[in-house]
Design a protein around this ligand. Structure first.
Ligand code: SAM
Length: 273
């Protein structure tokens, strides 16, 4: 068993996805696997009462934290006293301009977070959109979401999220964390993953909005073959798929990221855009 100490945890707010990490050795391990060090511009999202912040400050000396819940900030500041320099911003991580933050801090950001359970996926995708200012992200999410992010074509977990993340990011699951490590324990297991921006996207597409539309339509109706699932995008979907060299009877979950990109580029040619 891991030690949980006698830390007093604040009353958790469900609407803010609060499950506080109570296992010191897991907190320490997450910071160790993140590889964050004194040279990095470390940004922690949702520090809460500071389980990870304590170890991040010990490893890096300085941390920029973004916390929505103002009532937790005095607790946090008290807990990390004397460990280093903590800059806390009371803000919604979904609305933060990470590009502006990176400019202000002078370079790409190293993100470390035990993400709020209710908005973990949108926060992560908001960061993926701003990937050019991200050095790496080490984040804890519910295992089901982590599996979708890391899934390969043909697997049950493979879906729009796998494609929209995998196109630009390398995703590596690092460690599983059981519900008992948190106060209060969540109903689901959690997984820490690392995401690093690829040097170049997995495939070239000129039209990113359309790429996203094609991917979401293909997975929108999982049981439908592509010829039917993609009709909403182009009425002559069979012709389009055939020109792209993709069997119209295949299902979306069998297509690789490169095939989705190719399909989008062929559609651009068909519609003259
Ligand atoms: N890092 C702490 C830990 O490991 O114990 C807390 C993790 S808890 C799962 C998620 C944290 O994110 C909470 O402190 C919560 O208040 C904060 N949070 C929730 N929604 C947020 C948002 N939109 N922007 C920033 N922080 C948020």
């Amino acid at each position: 068993m891991h030690a949980t100490g006698h830390t007093h945890f604040p009353q958790a707010k469900k609407r803010l996805g609060q499950h506080f990490l109570a296992d010191e050795s897991i907190a320490q391990e997450i910071v160790a696997v993140s590889g964050a060090g004194p040279k990095d511009r470390v940004v922690e999202i949702g520090p809460g009462p500071g389980a990870l912040t304590v170890w991040l400050l010990r490893a890096c000396g300085q941390v920029w934290a973004i916390e929505f819940d103002a009532t937790l900030v005095p607790l946090l500041e008290n807990r990390v006293k004397g460990l280093g320099t903590l800059h806390v911003e009371r803000a919604d991580a979904l609305r933060v301009d990470y590009r502006a933050l990176a400019t202000r801090l002078g370079g790409p950001l190293t993100i470390v977070a035990n993400l709020p359970y209710n908005v973990g996926t949108p926060i992560l995708m908001h960061l993926v959109e701003q990937r050019e200012v991200i050095a790496s992200m080490t984040v804890m999410l519910q295992t089901e979401v982590a599996e979708r992010l890391a899934a390969s074509p043909g697997s049950k977990a493979y879906g729009a999220l796998s494609v929209m993340c995998g196109m630009w990011m390398c995703v590596e699951p690092l460690l599983e964390v059981p519900p008992a490590a948190f106060r209060p324990p969540p109903k689901v297991h959690s997984t820490v993953i690392r995401l690093i921006p690829r040097p170049a996207p997995l495939a070239e597409t000129r039209n990113l909005g359309r790429f996203s539309q094609v991917v979401h339509a293909a997975f929108g109706q999982r049981r439908k073959v592509l010829a039917n699932a993609l009709k909403s995008i182009h009425p002559e979907s069979r012709d389009w798929l055939t020109r792209a060299g993709i069997d119209p009877e295949r299902r979306g979950e069998t297509l690789s990221i490169a095939e989705f990109a190719h399909l989008t580029n062929v559609l651009d040619g068909l519609t003259g855009t």
